[in-house]
Write a protein that binds this ligand. Structure first.
Ligand SMILES: [Zn+2]
Ligand SMILES: [Zn+2]
Length: 985
């Protein structure tokens, strides 16, 4: 037929006048050939490039029909589903992952790609290719002379259109987009092309006689009885499930069927052989040209199916990355289950297979599966448990697996295994049938036994290869051994598929194979996948948090988590990849707190001079793997190792999620090993946190997280933070509703303390013992923080001159105080100008609070502030009794001077005005520029000006540490004040 069409174009004259005489139409143009012949003809269907390509029906003289999608001489997709097909419907736990919406067929898009000139994407783009885009640029004359292969002569797009127009005479424009575009039902590249080809011809009248649509939809019912090719193809899928190598070999050898044939759902022969672990059949099919990456209509490649079977949902470890860890309040129904999952899934996998219980993603073992066994079986179990138990001491730790599981048990859920151990391992009274399954026994031993059994079974050729037939076996060990054997075989199938070119990155439905291996904590699986080029930048769908494998690996309990993180980091992995959970809040959710009863009234916080420079606000976003590892509350050592690995791969420790930095998360989660690791590796303890969390120190004294560690380790934590440079004087903004105040970490601690109103405000004797304990502990922590704050302030103040500082404090405290209590000892006009003051942080020197308290100075010395009678008494007893006298003396001498100076100076000022002041001014020039103030004061005239000047001078002298002698004054703190220097005596 095609030849006939060819003849229609014996030689074409193109616009440019160049002749293509004798040139066969290129593949492209011929591709549009199709058949439309009366129903009596044996074959109806679509062609492309002279070959069957797409839906078609072959009718035989006996009336039977082969219906399906054809590729060359074979059916590659049938219209009937195979009875044993593999479907995602039996994996409801993954339903939330199925977010991939099918691509649509678009002809416009196709035309674009057929021109094949995407300069950016084409690695072989050469300048001359652009010629084909421009119709002005035509091919050289007589070009066909130079080409021996006229099939592959290039065409300009207009020439192509012209050819189309000639061939499809009545159908111009031949391909119109009308009606709804189709969804692509199978995304295997070959099938996509077939679907597009079909889409083009969907409305052609020639194809209305045979039901093209029904074939595409997999509806076989409208056709006649199944023909020989179809029957053979279906038979082959079944034989592949059985593993009948020789039968399949016979069919393929004589080319009776395609090795790539699939049922109506896209379940291929290869998938059938692979899911049933018939490796020799898999090899045979691949040798015969089956596409190892061909996917089913659900998007599952044979490899994905094997992964789904190899990693059933119950093998997944609970992890905080996905928030699948059961809440600690509710006791786990069967605490050992997650730990033993690696063992149990081997067991239940096959059992499950038989009874066809869909796995639910829960960690609960299903006793009814085992409970359905006969009495004899459980008897066997009991016996095996006993014998195993007796040998426990000798067997302990003799296999790496045993060690692993033991270590895991100890480091992981501390309380869970204890319960199991307390349970009598195999008392005869235990009701084995109803509620206890094999896993209630010391499992590490059964595991060892089973491994041996499995090994011996694997040596026996009599072990039935199919799980179906094994259901008739009696004896739990034998069943388990079989399932273990099965698991090993499946592992070999996975290895074979990968070796034969299966692309692990195409296993993306329902979720990437790498995720399954990581979730199951299977180090070997992860390693194999990474070796085969699995990408690590894959993510969960956004509504599931867009987690990466690294996130989940960082949350895996046990040593395997550490190893998997290491493997992932050695592959090219973005260590700082953020999950899409920036709107989540970190909420251990154990304390339900009211608004604080602390009053906030715009306190300004510590002055700028008291704390170091403010680091820039950190970046905030979703969780990184480091956040996940720091958030963990289980297996502290493993979490620490993971944090170490992440940091050594340059994970950024200063990113925020939910207001928290990794450091503050590890403080909140109670993992001090991680805290230590972060601090030594350079995490900034002063990183400002958002969402009202203040800083790491605030989180450390936050009662929300107080249950995580003992009192002593909380104090040690605060010490550790301080020793790594945490600045307790950093301002912390407190907010409650409209009210705002700036304080320190101590104020944050009190703010939180007053959120638990019952404990904070009830009289002590009305509290329950536990509450009393909490109250005492909180008080102790806050007092400790207050002490640290006071020491920090003292350390800061020691950098300044004590006298000057003291005078500043006094000057600031006295005027306000004097309003209430007139102090006769102060001369007038002693106000120190604001601008020259040392800033003064007003806080309670005893408890450290600066927000929501009324601060009163020590009435004797005005050197310190306290917030209450209690604090005043306590401060006096603890430290101020010693300091107060010194401060008073310092103040007294300064005041005496201040009181005397103006008189002296004003007397001398007059003399100075008349020329006697030269001595004064000469001496004063030594104190430039201070002398300017002095002179200004003198010249400003009057007693007032002189007083102020003298005051200033005095204080400046103090700050310059001058040693002066004051005639007639022997106050010890002011060693001497030599008025002779000024010629004033
Ligand atoms: Zn106080
Ligand atoms: Zn005092």
């Amino acid at each position: 037929m095609r030849a006939g069409r060819m003849d229609a174009f014996p030689g074409k004259r193109l616009r440019s006048g160049r002749s293509f005489a004798g040139a066969k139409l290129s593949q492209h143009a011929a591709a549009r050939c199709h058949l439309a012949l009366p129903a009596v003809l044996p074959w109806q269907g679509l062609y492309k490039a002279d070959q069957r390509f797409g839906p078609g029906v072959e009718t035989y003289p006996d009336g039977s029909q082969d219906v399906g999608l054809w590729f060359r001489e074979h059916l590659i997709k049938l219209c009937t589903p195979s009875p044993g097909g593999f479907s995602l419907l039996s994996y409801p736990e993954f339903s939330s992952f199925l977010t991939h919406s099918a691509a649509r067929i678009s002809l416009a898009e196709e035309a674009e790609t057929e021109r094949g000139l995407q300069e950016g994407q084409d690695p072989f783009f050469y300048e001359y290719k652009r010629l084909l885009l421009h119709d002005d640029l035509t091919l050289p004359p007589e070009m066909c002379v130079y080409s021996t292969d006229s099939e592959h002569l290039p065409m300009t797009s207009s020439f192509r259109q012209e050819l189309d127009a000639r061939i499809f005479l009545n159908d111009i424009p031949p391909f119109v987009e009308d009606g709804e575009p189709w969804f692509i039902t199978n995304e295997t590249p070959l099938l996509v092309r077939i679907q597009k080809q079909t889409y083009r011809f969907r409305n052609k009248p020639e194809h209305s006689s045979w039901n093209m649509g029904a074939i595409l939809e997999g509806k076989r019912s409208g056709f006649a009885l199944c023909g020989p090719k179809e029957g053979l193809a279906m038979e082959m899928i079944l034989k592949a499930e059985e593993g009948n190598h020789d039968w399949i070999y016979g069919v393929l050898k004589d080319n009776f069927a395609s090795a790539d044939v699939a049922d109506a759902k896209g379940y291929t022969v290869l998938a059938a052989a692979a899911t049933h672990c018939h490796n020799h059949v898999v090899s045979l099919l691949l040798d015969c040209g089956a596409d190892v990456n061909k996917c089913s209509d659900e998007g599952l490649t044979p490899l994905s199916m094997c992964f789904l079977l190899y990693y059933p949902a119950r093998s997944f470890k609970p992890n905080i990355a996905e928030r699948t860890v059961p809440k600690p309040q509710e006791p786990p129904k069967l605490p050992v289950a997650p730990i033993l999952s690696s063992f149990m899934d081997t067991n239940l996998e096959s059992l499950n297979y038989e009874v066809n219980v869909p796995s639910q993603g829960s960690y609960e073992l299903r006793p009814h599966v085992l409970g359905s066994q006969e009495r004899g079986v459980s008897q066997g179990t009991r016996l095996s448990g006993k014998s195993v138990d007796r040998r426990s001491s000798s067997l302990k730790g003799d296999s790496p697996l045993v060690k692993g599981s033991l270590g895991h048990v100890e480091s992981g859920l501390e309380d869970a295994p204890r319960n199991t151990n307390q349970r009598p391992p195999c008392s005869a009274e235990t009701n084995l049938e109803s509620n206890v399954c094999v896993c209630s026994f010391p499992i590490e031993l059964s595991q060892a036994m089973l491994e041996k059994s499995a090994q011996s079974h694997s040596l026996l050729r009599t072990a039935s290869p199919s799980p179906r037939t094994s259901s008739s076996d009696k004896g739990t060990i034998r069943r388990m051994a079989l399932s273990m054997l099965e698991r090993k075989r499946r592992w070999r199938t996975i290895q074979l598929l990968l070796r034969r070119g299966a692309d692990p990155n195409l296993c993306r439905v329902p979720v990437q194979g790498l995720f399954l291996a990581v979730k199951a904590g299977d180090t070997d699986g992860v390693r194999l996948l990474l070796e085969r080029g699995a990408r690590t930048d894959v993510r969960f769908p956004p509504q599931l948090g867009a987690l990466t494998p690294l996130h989940i690996a960082a949350a895996l309990p046990g040593e395997e988590g550490v190893r998997i993180v290491e493997l992932l980091l050695h592959a090219i992995t973005d260590v700082d990849a953020k999950a899409a959970d920036e709107d989540d809040t970190y909420d251990p959710g154990r304390v339900d707190l009211l608004p604080s009863s602390l009053k906030l009234s715009n306190e300004p916080g510590p002055p700028r001079a008291y704390y170091g420079t403010h680091p820039p606000l950190p970046e905030e976003g979703g969780r990184t793997a480091l956040h996940v590892a720091c958030e963990r509350e289980d297996s502290n050592k493993c979490a620490r190792d993971i944090v170490r690995l992440l940091l050594s791969h340059r994970a950024n420790p200063d990113l925020l999620w939910s207001g928290h930095s990794p450091l503050s998360l590890s403080i909140a989660s109670g993992n001090d090993l991680v805290v230590k690791e972060l601090l030594t590796q350079g995490a900034d303890p002063n990183l400002p946190l958002t969402k009202g969390l203040g800083s790491a120190l605030c989180v450390a004294c936050d009662l929300t997280y107080e249950h995580q560690r003992s009192m002593d380790s909380r104090l040690a934590l605060i010490d550790r933070l301080l020793s790594h440079g945490a600045d307790i004087l950093k301002p912390v903004t407190l907010r409650q509703g409209e009210k705002v105040a700036v304080g320190t970490a101590v104020d944050y601690g009190y703010f939180k303390f007053f959120q638990d109103r019952k404990i904070a405000h009830s009289p002590f004797h009305t509290l329950m013992p536990a509450e009393r304990e909490a109250f005492v502990a909180r008080k102790r922590l806050l007092e400790y923080m207050g002490l640290q704050l006071r020491q920090a302030v003292f350390a800061k103040e020691s950098q300044w001159d004590p006298t000057w500082l003291y005078l500043c404090k006094r000057a600031e405290l006295i005027p306000s105080h004097r309003m209430k209590k007139k102090s006769p000892s102060l001369p007038k006009g002693l106000d120190v100008k604001e601008r020259k003051q040392i800033p003064f942080f007003k806080f309670c020197y005893q408890c450290g609070r600066s927000v929501g308290v009324r601060l009163l100075p020590c009435p004797r010395c005005y050197g310190i502030l306290t917030c209450s009678k209690y604090c005043k008494t306590k401060a006096w007893a603890e430290f101020h009794k010693k300091d107060c006298g010194d401060l008073v003396a310092m103040g007294r001498s300064a005041l005496r001077l201040a009181a005397r100076l103006p008189l002296l100076l004003s007397a001398k000022a007059r003399a100075w005005g008349s020329g006697e002041g030269t001595l004064v001014s000469r001496n004063l020039s030594r104190f430039r520029p201070l002398s300017q103030h002095f002179q200004m004061g003198l010249l400003g005239g009057g007693r007032q000006g002189a007083t102020e000047a003298a005051w200033l001078f005095l204080t400046y002298c103090g700050s310059e540490r001058l040693v002066l002698t004051l005639a007639g004054d022997t106050t010890p703190s002011w060693q001497s004040w030599n008025m002779d220097l000024w010629g004033l005596s």
